[in-house]
Design a protein around this ligand. Sequence first.
Ligand code: 5U1
Length: 847
Amino acid sequence: MEPAARIADLRRQLDDANYRYHVLDEPNIPDAEYDRLLRELDELEAEHPDLITPDSPTQRVGSAPPAKFAEVRHALPMLSLGNAFSDEEVRDFVRRIADKLDRPRLLFSAEPKLDGLAISLRYEHGVFVQGATRGDGATGEDVTANLRTVRAVPLRLRDGTAGMGNGESGMVESGDAASPIPHSPFSIPEILEVRGEIYMPRADFERYNEHARLHGGKVLANPRNGAAGSLRQLDPRITAQRPLAFFAYGVGLVEGGELPGSHSATLRQLRAWGFPVSALGEVVEGVDGLLDYYRRIGERRDGLPFDIDGVVYKLDDYEGQREMGFVSRAPRWALAHKYPAQEQATTVEAIEIQIGRTGAATPVARLAPVHVAGVVVTNATLHNADQIERLDVRVGDSVIVRRAGDVIPEVVGVIAERRPEGAEPWRMPACCPVCGSEIVREEGEAVWRCSGELSCPAQRKETIRHFASRRAMDIEGLGDKYVETLVDAGIVRGVADLYRLGRDQLLHLKLVLDAESPEALAAAVKPHLRPEGSGEVLNAIVRLDGGSDDWRAQALAQRIDFEWNPKKIATRWAENLVDAIDRSRDAALERLLFALGIQHVGESTAKALAQWFGDLELIRHLPWPLFKRVPDIGGEVARSLGHFFEQPGNQQAIDDLLTIGKVRIRDAHPPSARLRPELDLAALLAEAEIPTVTPLRAQALVAALPTAQAIIDAEPARFVAAGLPETCAAALREWLDQPGHPKLLLDGERDIARILADAPMLEEAVTGPLDGRTVVLTGGLASMSRDEAGARLEALGAKISGSVSKKTHIVVAGEAAGSKLAKAQELGIEIWDEQKLLDFLAGHDAS
Ligand code: 5U1
């Protein structure tokens, strides 16, 4: 195909895809396909710059930002709307129209009022030439370059005058899947100004803020501010990155062409020309029609994909509109009927912490009760500590609370002028309000977490579910439903309690979960009860309140002793589960470490810890800097291990597992010989993250002061004498004076000595053919799973990694290997196919 023809074809496909996506709400190609077509067009245009036109889909983002926005005088003023807050005001509005117009029926076009930014778009001969904000209604700002980046704003209008009726009656089409692409009965006017609202869809707003919160960016207070702020960026490249959308709701100047005679038909016409028009618009009759519309949209408000602050009623026929005229700048033929505001002011009575099921600590503002969008709000999320700091929210402050859609109410701003005297900045509490463990945050992270993973009731279900999961302790049969019920009933409070579960108790659990009501449960339990006292038990069950959600938990909490009757009850599940629990007692160290659910400790870290240290007792008391001596364990993981093992609740839970649960490590072994060269006092100091203490300085220090106690007792002058700069000496002294740090050094020194005593000598260490080699597995293998291949290679000394880098030695590429294989080829890394892998394993496995 000729380049010009291909370019035209690509533009048509892209315009069509855009129209189907933004106007018809019926995407016809996936985003990736759209991007591919756009890229092809971009490349073709780069080769043939003479074929570029301003309305090409590639020309949405300009480059040079202006110093400031130029002023635009609107050809026709952009009007404002009268507001109604009650049904009575709507009745008055309709009455005024009925009194003036002599009509048997009054038809109104009703549509949602989006909470965004009003704009005007000017088209000359169907091409977008200028876009402006409303400003004061007479003069706005020229935001053409920014509006060009909004994909819902057509750069060129669609002309489809063939085969149409006159489009004068009926509702606006709703964009449902069956709706065809509308045709236009009217040709495009020479000059057409379209008015509408730029807005930010809720989901995009939430996504944008979530990203900003995690990366320390500026958080938007609400979608309206998001839309307005994005459109008022001087650099259109910034606007292009913001998720903006557009709905048209009217016209301004029209020259050299005609429009239909009613508002609803005009909207339909705009849609046919390529403008997105709300699918919620309707034509309704009289005041009852309006109020019914208001109620119906109000019921859907929370679930809409965008914020609305009301609905707009417009007398539908233009003839009537002309007769009604204007009062000052507002038309007498239109009215905005407002919903309760989504933002309200109230005061913060307290700021508390909520611990989520993964341990995340979310600050929550307790508020003086306030009505927001029709609901009484007493709590609002503050998201995280950074957000509190950004907003500088303090107890006693007057704040703006926002409740929109299904999203939890949030504090979006502080009214600084109303701050009471003496209000103190808020600080994250040091301890978890639920379990008392330390609340910690990793550097650069927005989220603070409770480090009582194993002992915190707030995290119980998640901890137990993870502990029992297949890749952890592999307790088959303990599904989420059972975990949930066992925890709710208070039968399982910690992981060790799993090991107390007996068959009868599990059967009881199953009977309870399978029963639909207390009566059904009583009937199911009856055949298994011991005769004495059984009537009492049955009565107690029937007395449970089947109408409330927790009757099952209450039933479980009543420990019912029953005579197990094998004929009448399915026992296989309970017996299998008891067996699975029993089997898990004999645990591989790496599995147990992974099962503890320590933040940042995944399977490969757990495996490395097990391989290098070999012993749970050593690991659970090791000072955290020493974890960093294991390759691939960095500061974040090491500190997380340290925090976890520092919590008395976590240590108690491990004790319980070993004593009450009788869990036994089946593969404990002495520390790896490879630790020997990694461990000495200097290494401990270098890894302890003492400001300005580098590995070389640590070595110089230990050469002069060879024991932890000598360092702890020394004055800064001794450090200087050892060769440390003065600032470094001062920093070290300051670090040593902080609680816990001397103990860290002493414990570390003790553990290093112990490891060196227990670890085999390097030459005694068994070495494998892949010792020190990093292997990446990618693609599918026909003869075994990747996990199995990884385990067999590891047994031969390899370190398995998930990503290819310069440090990778071998890439095993199976079926359909993709980018990792390509990267390996690019880096010139040795590549094995499956046969080579099998040959290698066959040659080494048995040895
Ligand atoms: N949906 C809608 N919003 N809105 C805002 N229609 C609409 N019409 C407006 C305004 C300011 O004004 C016209 C009635 C002139």
